[in-house]
Design a protein around this ligand. Structure first.
Ligand code: CU
Length: 170
């Protein structure tokens, strides 16, 4: 009876060794807790009389943990919302997103036609070339900051290689 018990124990040990070895390997390949990267942030100048404008950036999660983006703020901007574009009944419209999941080793690009920040209530007139500060807030309390550049629509078009800015209509 005792021997039978011992035998079972030995089997369990042998089976678990490969798992232990694997866990150790993964442990050696650990990333920094704050392995998030925020890049390419820009905000469009407000068009005269417009109540809002859009801002874009990329955020990469190089860590092994999922992050949840809860909120974004931009200095000198009264209110910022996270938006997405959705297609419903052949129409494209946008709606606010309360939280956005950023999976491990994934990048989310905020770009025209997709996710974007909607900026409302600027504290002052934003001039082309101004640098503001973008802050992202995550569910685990982490924050990410980056300068965010004010661009004109014309700059943005030329960056994307569709520069029609020389067309003048008189
Ligand atoms: Cu929007």
């Amino acid at each position: 009876m005792f021997l039978k018990y011992l035998g079972a124990f030995a089997v369990v040990l042998v089976v678990s060794i490969p798992y232990l070895a694997r866990a150790e390997q993964e442990g050696a390949h650990q990333h920094n807790e704050s392995d998030l990267q925020l890049s390419d942030a820009y905000i469009r100048q407000f068009i005269p009389a417009a109540k809002s404008t859009a801002a874009y950036f990329s955020v990469a999660n190089h860590s092994d943990k999922t992050r949840v983006l809860k909120k974004a703020t931009i200095s000198k901007i009264g209110r910022v919302e996270i938006h997405e574009h959705i297609h419903t009944e052949g129409m494209m419209r946008m709606q606010q997103v309360n939280e956005l999941t950023l999976f491990a080793h994934k990048t989310i690009n905020f770009q025209p036609g997709g996710y974007h920040l909607m900026a409302f209530d600027p504290a002052e007139h934003l001039k082309k070339g101004d640098k503001l500060t973008l802050t992202l807030y995550f569910a685990n309390g982490e924050q990410l900051q980056s300068p965010i550049k004010v661009v004109s629509l014309r700059d943005e078009m030329s960056q994307q290689g569709h520069d029609h800015s020389q067309h003048k209509h008189h």
